[in-house]
Design a protein around this ligand. Structure first.
Ligand code: ATP
Ligand code: MG
Length: 179
């Protein structure tokens, strides 16, 4: 298992990218009060049929041609971590309908890995895949946080727009940024 949950998240999100996803939604919900931690990665990639899903979950298959690593480990490792930490692990998937991986664990479990550097992980994912819409949400007992990479890009474009507009005489800023 990975030492930090953020590395599990990265690994599962890499599966989504390998499956051609245009949008990847990552959710982390942690509650010390309720004693649970939930990770969810949902994508709109090519998905898996039932037979493939069963093979993957029974950890006997990888679609990778390279056999440098003996077999795909990402899903199996996360499953092991969540079950070892008193939680559950589910994958929902269908061909061309995307995939949702949900892992839960007991927040207070002694073996539960820390979340790790979640913000750097998410930012690295966004920076390395600028054409993919990465959405991230985080909920805890105290705070809520939401982030969308495409939304952020749009805001950046809009904040640069007045400067660009000043340079192009007689042209008004793009209307999509007016709101
Ligand atoms: N989100 C997904 N969409 C479509 N197929 C997926 C998805 N996630 C996993 N798969 C399929 O399940 C296989 C096993 O995934 P897993 O993450 O366990 O191992 P891997 O990606 O092959 O290798 P590793 O993660 O160890 O580098 C993948 O090779 C892929 O065929
Ligand atoms: Mg993988």
């Amino acid at each position: 298992m990975f030492e930090e949950l953020s590395l599990h998240i990265l690994d599962i999100a890499m599966n989504s990218l390998a499956a051609g996803a245009h949008a990847v939604q990552i959710a982390v919900i942690e509650s010390a009060r309720r004693d649970w931690l939930i990770l969810r990665v949902r994508d709109d990639g090519r998905g898996m049929d039932e037979a493939m899903l069963q093979r993957v979950l029974s950890h006997s298959h990888t679609s990778k041609r390279s056999r440098k690593k003996p077999i795909g480990l990402g899903l199996a490792l996360l499953r092991q971590t969540s079950e070892m930490c008193g939680g559950t692990f589910h994958v929902r998937s269908a061909p061309d309908r995307g995939t949702t991986v949900t892992a839960s664990m007991r927040y207070s479990h002694v073996d539960r890995p820390p979340l790790g550097d979640l913000s750097s992980t998410i930012l690295a994912l966004c920076a390395a895949n600028p054409s993919v819409d990465v959405q991230f949400s985080y909920h805890s007992d105290e705070t809520r946080f939401q982030f969308g990479s495409q939304e952020l890009k749009q805001k950046e474009r809009c904040s640069n727009e007045p400067r660009r507009a000043q340079k192009v005489e007689g042209k008004s800023p793009a209307t999509s940024c007016a709101a």
